[in-house]
Design a protein around this ligand. Structure first.
Ligand SMILES: C[S@@+](CC[C@H](N)C(=O)[O-])C[C@H]1O[C@@H](n2cnc3c(N)ncnc32)[C@H](O)[C@@H]1O
Length: 270
């Protein structure tokens, strides 16, 4: 059973699972058990069905839908927070596929990965990190806030984590503080078009590896929480730099009239 694995503490390098954990009644226990059996520096890659909103009781107590891996689905935020509360770090999406929709609830097949942290000394020459983008600001799982272009001194744990994918491409790691300005080719920003917005029923779910991020258009995204987005923001989040950090769903069931709206007088988005 995933809730009580017949495996010694700290003996496993990699946990893989495909569509199993949503069948476990006590997911928090499964996440704690995963953490127990992994060695420090080990990781998990698990695929599961998750939902964009709470699954109501009339579906939870439908044994056929439970058996089909739907009714036991956690919301994305509950899944990622559960893994984080068990002790995992750097939790982020590998891929996602919209799976099915029941009574307005969108189910997704989501593959996540993350690490059991290591302990020990800071890696040599890695005392500072400068966020390069595409985010304007990020908050990591330890509560550190990084602002694009501004170097931040790292704890030993943070410097070990930021060496790992996908962080390694998002930061400049250095042994002294290195600011990165807008004119530097390493500075990455994806700006929205200066155009009217159209609302078409699109929602985005930020999937990590941070707990909260901000873009260049006054949007704050919290991991796992759906946020309605207009056409302009959809285009930004579908860019190469952003795409791997978000799942996109559409909640509209019929045709959407889609009148263009001007969101903010300064050209900022809704
Ligand atoms: C949808 S299938 C998974 C398919 C399989 N992993 C694959 O890739 O083909 C669900 C499996 O999870 C197992 N299962 C259900 N509850 C479980 C639990 N609490 N712990 C471990 N496995 C469980 C079931 O016996 C079933 O074999």
């Amino acid at each position: 059973m995933a809730e009580i694995m017949p495996v010694e503490d700290r003996s496993i390098d990699l946990i893989i699972s495909n569509c199993v954990i949503n069948l476990a009644p006590n997911k928090a226990k499964v996440f704690r058990e995963m953490y127990r059996v992994l060695r420090a520096g080990g990781r998990f890659t698990i695929s599961d069905i998750v939902s964009d909103q709470p699954v109501p009781n009339y579906l939870v107590y439908d044994t056929e839908k439970w058996g089909n891996c739907l009714s036991g689905a956690l919301q994305v935020a509950d899944y990622t927070n559960g893994l984080m509360e068990a002790g995992f770090q750097g939790i982020h999406q590998v891929s996602y596929v919209p799976w099915s929709r029941i009574d307005g609830i969108q189910f997704l097949s989501l593959t996540l990965t993350g690490y059991k942290p290591t302990e020990g000394r800071r890696p040599d020459s890695l005392g500072y990190a400068t966020l390069l983008g595409p985010f304007r600001r990020v908050v990591d799982e330890q509560g550190n806030t990084y602002t694009r272009g501004e170097p931040l001194s790292l704890s030993a744990g943070a410097s070990r984590l930021l060496c790992l994918p996908p962080f390694d491409g998002l930061f400049l790691l250095s042994n002294s503080p290195v600011p990165v300005g807008k004119d530097d080719s390493r500075y990455l920003a994806v700006l929205p078009e200066q155009a009217a917005c159209v609302w078409k029923g699109d929602y985005t779910i930020f999937t990590g590896p941070f707990v909260e991020v901000e873009d260049d258009d006054q949007h704050t995204y919290r991991r796992g929480e759906p946020l309605e987005i207009c056409s302009k923001t959809l285009k930004v989040l579908e860019s190469d730099a952003y795409r791997r950090h978000f799942a996109i769903i559409n909640r509209a069931t019929g045709e959407v009239a889609g009148s263009a709206v001007s969101c903010a007088p300064d050209g900022g988005c809704c």
